[in-house]
Structure formats: structure tokens, C-alpha cells
Design a protein around this ligand. Structure first.
Ligand SMILES: Cc1cc2nc3c(=O)[nH]c(=O)nc-3n(C[C@H](O)[C@H](O)[C@H](O)COP(=O)(O)O)c2cc1C
Ligand SMILES: C=C(O[C@@H]1CC(C(=O)O)=C[C@@H](OP(=O)(O)O)[C@H]1O)C(=O)O
Length: 362
């Protein structure tokens, strides 16, 4: 199995390479009768698109999505939905220099070690271009979740050591509006300006920098998630760690919870309301792998990506010493474009667990 499929009842398979004809996705298991807003799918892709600002890769892709099947008169038909995104601006000559030489910390060596054959053009299948297919599928999952009133919001909460303040007190609509006002997609305007300046200076140095994306899932009913292996946080963790360049995932109190005592960490139940709420939310909205009706929150850490415009020592396929310098168009920091990827992967997990939950009792 080539590991191209994700999900159980709401499933996706992606295909395509960064410098091939196109990339795309087949969405299987979407219930019939869901209104599919094509403009919404395209607007989601526009948020991930390369070439969108001075702080992203300058590759110019329109990422115009074509619907090949599964939608009739604006609604899902219950049959596989196939979505295609043609590649329009691949510049494969930028990769001639690493035909036999491995980029440190990219996937060149590991693909070669696994398959014995490697599409060196833009990293082939290992390129984050594949995430466009996930965003298109995630948009359909978001439409399904919206039908049940569930919403997802993510933003850039850190770039390098620049951290956004805690914005938990602000309403989602305000956070969303503030996030969309700046090119780094941080919901705090002052921090956003600082982040943009920093990424731009790193880019001018020919270097890269990492960052964090924080995500909340609101109005999620209690009961989603399987109790043993496919715990909701385990599925979210796998989904996030499957995104290129992700090196960390934490939910609720995360790593800082390990420094607390139970007496401070327990989320005490409140008694007002039919669905019990809790005074605090160190559990991040999930207990025993199952949503408890509180806001689900998690943070994803991205590394500084591999391709830098500096000379670096490396090896070639024969194991001989070589030197390499990045060429072409690359992201100095991936988080501005990855916000919508995080939301899409979260939507795919939630849509899948929503459908699975429908068969959990009579
Ligand atoms: C939105 C996005 C854009 C990316 N752009 C680049 C890039 O321009 N150059 C690069 O070297 N890596 C980039 N990456 C990261 C590589 O795809 C990734 O590091 C590579 O596949 C190796 O996988 P790993 O870092 O998860 O081990 C990007 C990742 C994401 C999520
Ligand atoms: C093409 C996209 O991003 C690419 C992701 C990427 C990588 O190594 O992951 C490296 C660059 O690839 P290329 O040199 O082929 O343009 C980015 O531009 C995209 O996101 O659509």
C-alpha cells in the first residue's frame, strides 16, 4: 500500500506530483444531497495557493479546481467526487542540480532509499503541492460539518520566537476577519506585522524559519471519536503530522500539562445547562478519545523548511561528498499557507468521526 488514502467512512485518496500534469483527489463516502458550493472550494484553495504574497514561494499557480464527478445540479450524489487541479507553472530546470544529489532535510534520500527511483523535479510526490488536493477535499468536509453547525478556525500563532497573545476571549467572526486582513494569517494585527517583517528578513538572507498554527473546533457535539485506537486526538494528531514539515502536535494543555498537578489540571464540571460544560478546558475538548462538547483546541509546529539559498555539504546517490545550494522558488516560512491545510485536515477527521458516530448506538 502506498499510503495515499486517509479516513474510514469519509475517505480521500490523493494523486499527482508537483511537476507532473496535475494533482487531484477522490473523495469517497460523502453523503448524497449535500449542497456543494464550488466558489467556497475555490476560495479555500486560494488561501493555500503558491505565489500569493511576498512571503511565500513565487511559483504562480491559479490552482483552478475542476470537478470531474460526484456532483450533479449543485449537490453531492453519494458517488465518488473527483477533483483535479492542473499544474501550470512548474520550472523543472531548477531541480537539474539535485538529480543525483540529496537536499539535506528534504525527502530526496528517503524516497530513493524506499523506492529506488525518484522524481527529482520539485520533490515529486513529497512536495507540499500535494496539500492542494487535501484542501479541496477538506472544503467538502467543511461543508458537511457546516451542515451540522460545526466550525473550524486556525491561525498563525507563532513564527520563530514571535508569539501571538492568547486571543481566546475574542469571538470567532472577529478572529477570522482579523486573520484575513494580513498576509501571514495571524489574528493579532500587531504580531502579524512583526511576523511579516521577520519572514521577509529571513527570506532576504536566503534562509527559512518555522512556526506554529493553533486551531479550534467549535460547536462540536459530545460523542465524536472512537474509544480505543481511533481516538479523536489520535486521528487529529495523525492528520496534522501527515502534513509536510510538521514536527509537533499538542492538544489541550499539551506538553505544559505535564508540569501541573491534577488538582489544578482537572476540568471541573459546571451544572448550568443540559450538556455539562467545564470550568477550564485543559482536556482540549476531548476525554477518553471522545469529544466532550467543549471547544477542541490544538497547536501544530512546523519546522524551518529544507531548501535554503546557501551552500551546504551533502552527499550524492553514490554516497560521495557534494555541495548543494537551493535554487528556484521556495517558501521562507510555510505557516501562512498551511493555515488552511490544518483546517482541511481537521475537517476531514471530524467529518469521518461524525459519520462513524452515527453508527455508535440505536
Ligand atoms: C505549505 C507548505 C509549503 C512548503 N514549501 C516548501 C518549500 O518551498 N521548500 C521546501 O524545501 N520545503 C517546503 N515544504 C516542506 C517540504 O514539503 C517537506 O519538508 C518535505 O516534504 C520533507 O518532509 P518532512 O519535512 O515532513 O520530513 C513545504 C511544506 C508546506 C506544508
Ligand atoms: C508548488 C507548491 O509549493 C512548493 C512546495 C515545495 C516543497 O518542497 O514542498 C517546494 C516548492 O516547489 P517548486 O520548486 O516545485 O515550485 C514550492 O513552490 C504548492 O504548494 O503548490
Amino acid at each position: 500500500m502506498a499510503g495515499n488514502t486517509f479516513g474510514h467512512l469519509f475517505r480521500i485518496s490523493t494523486f499527482g506530483e508537483s511537476h507532473g500534469e496535475a494533482i487531484g483527489v477522490i473523495v469517497d463516502g460523502c453523503p448524497a444531497g449535500l449542497p456543494i458550493d464550488l466558489e467556497f472550494i475555490q476560495s479555500e484553495l486560494d488561501k493555500r495557493r503558491p505565489g500569493q504574497s511576498k512571503i511565500t514561494t513565487q511559483r504562480k499557480e491559479s490552482d483552478t479546481v475542476q470537478i470531474l464527478s460526484g456532483i450533479f445540479e449543485g449537490q453531492s450524489t453519494g458517488t465518488p467526487i473527483a477533483l483535479l487541479i492542473p499544474n501550470e507553472d512548474h520550472r523543472s530546470k531548477d531541480y537539474e542540480h539535485n538529480k543525483t544529489v540529496y537536499r539535506p532535510s528534504h525527502a530526496d534520500y528517503t524516497y530513493d532509499a524506499k523506492y529506488g527511483i525518484r522524481d527529482h523535479r520539485g520533490g515529486g510526490r513529497s512536495s507540499a503541492r500535494e496539500t492542494a488536493a487535501r484542501v479541496a477535499a477538506g472544503a467538502i468536509a467543511k461543508l458537511l460539518l457546516q451542515h451540522y453547525g460545526i466550525g473550524i478556525f486556525a491561525h498563525v500563532s507563532a513564527v520563530g520566537t514571535i508569539n501571538a497573545p492568547n486571543l481566546a476571549a475574542l469571538p470567532i467572526a472577529e478572529l477570522l476577519a482579523q486573520r484575513e486582513e494580513n498576509i501571514v494569517r495571524c489574528a493579532d494585527p500587531a504580531t502579524a506585522n512583526e511576523m511579516i517583517e521577520f519572514i521577509d528578513s529571513v527570506r532576504k538572507d536566503g534562509d527559512t524559519v518555522g512556526g506554529k498554527i493553533s486551531c479550534i473546533i467549535h460547536n462540536c457535539p459530545p460523542g465524536l471519536g472512537e474509544p480505543v485506537f481511533d481516538k479523536l486526538h489520535a486521528d487529529l494528531g495523525k492528520a496534522m503530522l501527515s502534513i509536510n514539515a510538521v514536527h509537533g502536535f499538542e492538544y489541550g494543555s499539551g506538553f505544559s500539562g505535564s508540569e501541573m498537578r491534577g488538582s489544578a489540571h482537572n476540568d471541573i464540571f459546571l451544572t448550568d445547562g443540559a450538556i455539562p460544560k467545564t470550568l477550564t478546558n485543559f482536556s482540549g475538548g476531548i476525554q477518553g478519545g471522545i469529544s466532550n462538547g467543549m471547544e477542541i483546541n490544538f497547536t501544530v509546529a512546523f519546522k524551518p523548511v529544507a531548501t535554503i539559498m546557501h551552500n551546504q555539504q551533502t552527499v550524492n546517490a553514490a554516497g560521495e561528498a557534494a555541495e548543494i545550494k537551493g535554487k528556484g522558488r521556495h517558501d521562507p516560512c510555510v505557516v501562512p499557507r498551511a493555515v488552511v491545510i490544518v483546517e482541511a485536515m481537521a475537517a476531514l477527521v471530524l467529518a469521518d468521526q461524525l459519520l462513524r458516530n452515527k453508527s455508535s448506538r440505536l
